[in-house]
Ligand binder design. Structure first.
Ligand SMILES: [Zn+2]
Length: 102
């Protein structure tokens, strides 16, 4: 399920002033008020969250998968996986270790 970040439009309490995360179904209506103080809130668009579609679980397993490849010295496997998941720096690193030259 996607995580949405909300932030107070104006004023608000300690909770919503800095922004808070809510896990909601796509079908759920967006929040319009802070659940703690009732101040008006709006969705803060986070570019990071917008382009990363994995849930935290997927990220963890991706990370451990990558680490497995890396500890086993399977650099090209790690590079391909990182590449596919958009981890460009990581992919580049592993491609280099695999002996590719860019
Ligand atoms: Zn609030």
């Amino acid at each position: 399920m996607p995580i949405y970040e909300y932030r107070a439009i104006k004023g608000g309490c300690a909770y919503c002033k800095r922004g808070f995360d809510v896990i909601q179904k796509m079908s759920e209506k967006p929040l319009t008020a802070c659940p703690k103080c009732g101040a008006g809130v709006r969705k803060a668009v986070s570019s990071f969250r917008a382009c990363v579609v994995e849930t935290p679980d997927d990220v963890t397993s991706l990370e451990s998968q990558l680490r497995n490849y890396e500890t086993e010295g399977k650099w090209s496997h790690a590079a391909e996986l990182a590449d596919k998941k958009g981890l460009n720096d990581r992919a580049m690193d592993n491609y280099k270790k695999a002996g590719y030259n860019f």
